[in-house]
Every structure is written in structure tokens, then in C-alpha cells.
Design a protein around this ligand. Structure first.
Ligand code: SF4
Length: 408
């Protein structure tokens, strides 16, 4: 049977989808990458925004139109979301399945020697999931539950296998990776990174998003000791106003974020720092937004992911009065996106003329790869394999803030 898996949302979902794929492959299913041919569709969904839930419903309808006799399973976060369940009830052909029940529903036998399934040029290895911080806008703690960590031996085994399979980069993913704690030995993220340093192979390690709570001067110094670690940190700020941060339930001040980013740039001079900002949080005034603009312009952040506030039923923020209109929220997003574009460009300018290694992540219509500090480099077509490291000269910046490179 041919199965197509579509993944929405965060890197933890991508890691979960890779695990499901490996179980399917070990049980005689064929996991395919072209959706029109499938006998079974699995959508690993996201509920962080309305938009992600809508996309999931649209995908379900599209897959059904490809093959009306194929099964469509929706799993992942949306299965646990009350609003999503109400709306998906209108679509008769989907089955909602909790992710942990997928093996049982599909009759999959799990054993310890299942070969990992790699569908990416950089395997995402889940080390932790869950959160108990309950930020006022966020649905994740209700859906993913309390923080829990994967045991260190299975993580190390996954990294070792990925290295033996020739992968040159692995990404450690989780809801809060800095909270990592091996359930048996109590080893923390530094212990884990130390053990990964000792695994043979020429591969680098990237961390997925890191909350500002998890960082301070001392642990940034400790991170700088790991030679494999990519100089790339994504640290969600959410607002540049202390008042809004407080209402969001974010347990830090903007000054803490400044200290963290400055300290990273000191320890990792080539670091790319990205952040998330929410525009139009219900209580965000024009003055709060101006504070965000001023703050973000003055800290050493290199790009922003800008999200428009999306009320999630059951969270505190969903019942707050919305001060800004949708058109105003759109205006604020556009201002931040422009700042992000300019910041990114300023960073890229520093690298023109440099030689760097890129990991090839795309080799279909376009060929492109990523430097350790998250610069997207485009190459002319050629004979490259996904996942290969390639030494390039960074030649010029493109309109869309990528760089054209030339292999050396
Ligand atoms: S820290 Fe806040 S935003 Fe991040 S997952 Fe937990 S509740 Fe959500």
C-alpha cells in the first residue's frame, strides 16, 4: 500500500512524521513523495494558528479528490483541538487518530531494530517535547502536555546512525530543547551535546528554536565549547514591550533578551540570530508596537518570523479584548517584515567574497544549501547530492535575500 504523509507546523511534527514513515516502511508500506498516487494519506497537523488548521482541512479535501477511495487520517495537534474537531466533523471521509495510536490503527509491529526513515537532507532528531509554561496566547501546553525528554541512549543511537548514513548535519528538535533531561541519568543538554561531540563523523549539529528562558551568559559560554554546533540560534521574543510580554505570560524582560543576543554574538561572532514576533496581541497598543520596532531595530537579531495574533480557544488571550483592527495588524506585520528584510541583508553583505561550506538541501529545479549560520546559497545546476557539504564562494546577494554562490 502506498502512503503519502504531509506534515504541517513545527520541527517536532517533522520528526514524528519521520518516525511514522520508518514504522510504515518496516511493515511493508511504501512511503511515497508524490501525493496523487497514494492509497492512504496521513496529515500530521498543527493547531498553533487558524491558518494551519484551515490548511489541514484544505489538504484533506485535496487528497480525497485525488483518490476518493483512499483513507485520509489526520493526526498531530489538531486532533486534540476542540474547534478543529467541530469543523472537521463536516468532512465525512477523514479519520482523526491520536499520533500514539497510529501503529495500532494501522496494525504496525514496532521493534527496536526498525531502520530510520530519512526524507530530509538533515534528519530532525526529537530530544524532548511538551511545555508547562502556558503563555497566554499558546495552545501547545494543552495539546502536547508536560515536558518530557527522550532517553539519551536512543538519541545517541539516532545520531550515530545518521552519521553512519553519511548525513553531515542533524537538527536537535523539541518544544524546549534547553529543558532536556535524560530520564535515567539526569544528563542535561550540555551532557547530551558533549556525548554527541564524541560520535565519529564529520557532521554538524543545529539546535531548533530555543526559548530565552533557557539562555544566559554562562550557558551561552558552555554552548560555545561544542565544535559541532552551528552558529545559528532562533530565540522567540514575541514583543519588544515589557508590558505586553507580561500579559503574554512570558517570564523575561526585553533587557534579558538583549543580554542574551549580545552575549551570543560575542561568543559566536558569525552567529545568525532569528526571532519570532507576534503582532496584534489583543492588548498591544500603538505605543507597544513602536517599542517593538525600536527594540528589534537595536538588538543584534538578523531575521524575524512575524505572526499575526491568532486567538486559540481555551487560552487566556482568546478572551481578551482585541485593540487593533485587522488592517492595523497587517500594517504592523508589514513594517516588521521590512525590518527583517533589511536586517537580513545587512548580515548577508558581511559574507560576500567569503568561502564557506554549505549543506545541499535542495537539488530539484533549483540547487541550494545552507551555511552553518543559516545563509541560503543558490548554485547553478550541477551534479550535487542532497545532504552533501560543498565549499563555495559567496558571490552576490539576490533580491530575495539569498546569496548566489560558486563552488570552489
Ligand atoms: S513557552 Fe509559551 S509559547 Fe512556547 S510552547 Fe510553551 S506555552 Fe507555547
Amino acid at each position: 500500500m502506498k502512503v503519502y504523509i504531509e506534515t504541517l507546523g513545527c520541527k517536532v511534527n517533522f520528526a514524528d512524521s519521520a518516525s511514522i514513515s520508518s514504522y510504515l516502511a518496516a511493515n511493508g508500506y511504501t512511503v511515497i513523495t508524490e501525493p496523487s498516487e497514494a492509497d492512504l494519506y496521513i496529515i500530521n497537523s498543527c493547531s498553533v494558528t487558524h491558518r494551519a488548521e484551515r490548511e489541514c482541512r484544505q489538504l484533506a479535501r485535496r487528497f480525497h479528490s485525488y483518490n476518493p477511495s483512499a483513507g485520509v487520517i489526520i493526526t498531530g495537534c489538531s486532533v486534540l483541538s476542540g474547534t478543529f474537531r467541530k469543523r472537521i466533523g463536516e468532512i465525512h471521509f477523514v479519520n482523526l487518530v491520536n499520533i500514539k495510536d497510529i501503529p495500532q490503527i494501522l496494525g504496525l509491529h514496532l521493534s527496536s531494530d526498525i531502520r530510520p526513515y530519512y526524507n530530509r537532507s538533515r534528519p530532525f532528531i526529537k530530544i524532548q517535547e511538551g511545555c508547562d509554561r502556558f503563555c497566554s496566547y499558546c495552545i501547545v501546553p494543552y495539546l502536547r502536555g508536560k515536558p518530557r525528554s527522550v532517553d539519551i541512549n536512543s538519541i545517541l543511537a539516532s545520531v550515530k546512525t545518521a552519521a553512519e548514513n553519511g548525513f553531515m548535519e542533524i537538527v536537535l528538535v523539541g518544544t524546549h530543547i534547553m529543558l532536556y533531561k535524560d530520564p535515567v541519568t539526569g544528563k542535561d543538554i550540555y551532557g547530551l551535546l558533549g556525548d554527541i561531540e564524541n560520535i565519529e563523523g564529520k557532521f554538524r549539529v543545529r539546535l531548533s528554536s530555543v526559548e530565552p528562558y533557557g539562555l544566559n551568559e554562562e550557558n551561552i559560554r558552555r554552548l560555545s565549547e561544542y565544535k559541532r554546533l552551528c552558529a545559528h540560534f532562533h530565540i522567540p521574543l514575541q514583543s519588544g514591550s515589557d508590558k505586553v510580554l507580561n500579559e503574554m505570560g512570558r517570564d523575561y524582560y526585553v533587557s534579558d533578551f538583549r543580554n542574551v543576543t549580545e552575549s551570543i554574538k560575542e561568543r559566536f561572532p558569525e552567529a545568525a540570530i532569528g526571532t519570532d514576533i507576534i503582532t496584534g496581541f489583543p492588548s498591544e497598543t500603538e505605543a507597544d508596537f513602536e517599542k517593538t520596532v525600536d527594540f528589534i531595530s537595536s538588538v543584534p537579531v538578523d531575521y524575524l518570523h512575524v505572526f499575526r495574533f491568532s486567538p486559540r480557544e481555551g487560552t487566556i488571550a482568546a478572551s481578551m479584548k482585541q485593540l487593533a483592527s485587522q488592517s492595523e495588524i497587517k500594517r504592523r506585520s508589514e513594517i516588521l517584515l521590512k525590518i527583517s528584510f533589511d536586517k537580513r541583508r545587512d548580515m548577508l553583505k558581511k559574507y560576500i567574497g567569503r568561502e564557506m561550506d554549505i549543506l545541499i538541501t535542495e537539488n530539484s529545479e533549483k540547487v541550494s544549501g545552507l551555511t552553518h549560520n543559516y545563509i541560503r546559497v543558490i548554485l547553478n545546476k550541477g551534479n550535487y547530492a542532497k545532504g552533501q557539504l560543498c565549499r563555495v564562494n559567496l558571490k552576490s546577494i539576490n533580491e530575495n535575500n539569498t546569496i548566489t554562490g560558486e563552488p570552489i
